[in-house]
Design a protein around this ligand. Structure first.
Ligand SMILES: [Zn+2]
Length: 211
């Protein structure tokens, strides 16, 4: 599919760009140009981090990462978001591209509802059933703002760093050309293996899980 980026979404513009040196808890460090935007459709404060030689990358490596406060900030082992974020930043910095940090906690249902869903999962439901039990959709995420940011950054085709077939489908529908989809590594622990298995079995994520 070849469509000009942004063809299907309203235009957003770059609001600011500022350099931030990054150092992760394991000591690995890099620098990011952090972009903010005006005109994003949902009014949320999404960020784009330009990493490595992103300006000259022929087809930038792009990961749309959905915010996960428990995983990204506190190192929760109930999911794989923290290790995926860490891995993604390093891989993007190596080849040049963007980490899109999307403010859609808990697959779009919000932080409190995500914690409520965790409680239901402790009662036996899987991650998708728990969302439904709360009267929410299994996955409420919408990638329109991601497509808007890529268009504002004048990114045409991307190499998509993701295991999620829905991200690829939505971005393509929104006019982003996916030149290639590249899976992240499997970050498996005793606490998240049930969650990862549900992602594979229920929504076709490409995660290589141990048998
Ligand atoms: Zn998470």
């Amino acid at each position: 599919m070849t469509v000009n980026a942004g063809a299907a979404v309203a235009a957003a513009t770059i609001r600011t760009k500022v350099r931030i040196p990054l150092r992760f808890s394991d000591g690995w460090a890099t620098g990011a140009d952090v972009y903010t935007f005006t005109g994003l459709v949902d009014g949320k404060e999404h960020l784009a981090l330009g990493l490595g030689d992103y300006r000259t990358a022929e087809v930038p490596l792009v990961r749309p990462h959905s915010e996960c406060m428990t995983g990204d900030v506190f190192g929760s082992e109930r999911c794989d978001c923290g290790p995926q974020l860490r891995e993604s930043v390093e891989r993007i910095a190596a080849t040049g591209g963007y980490l899109l940090y999307l403010r859609q906690e808990g697959r779009g249902i919000g932080l409190y509802a995500k914690l409520d869903a965790y409680a239901l999962q402790d009662g036996g439901l899987d991650t998708y059933e728990a969302n439904l039990a709360l009267g929410r959709a299994e996955d409420e995420r919408d990638y329109s703002a991601a497509a808007q940011m890529l268009a504002a950054l004048e990114v045409g085709g991307i190499r998509l760093l993701s295991n999620n077939p829905d991200k690829a489908r939505q971005l393509a529908t929104l006019g982003v050309e996916i030149v290639e989809q590249i899976p992240t590594a499997a970050h498996v622990s005793v606490s998240n293996v049930r969650y990862l298995r549900a992602k594979v079995e229920h929504t076709g994520h490409t995660i290589a899980l141990p048998a």
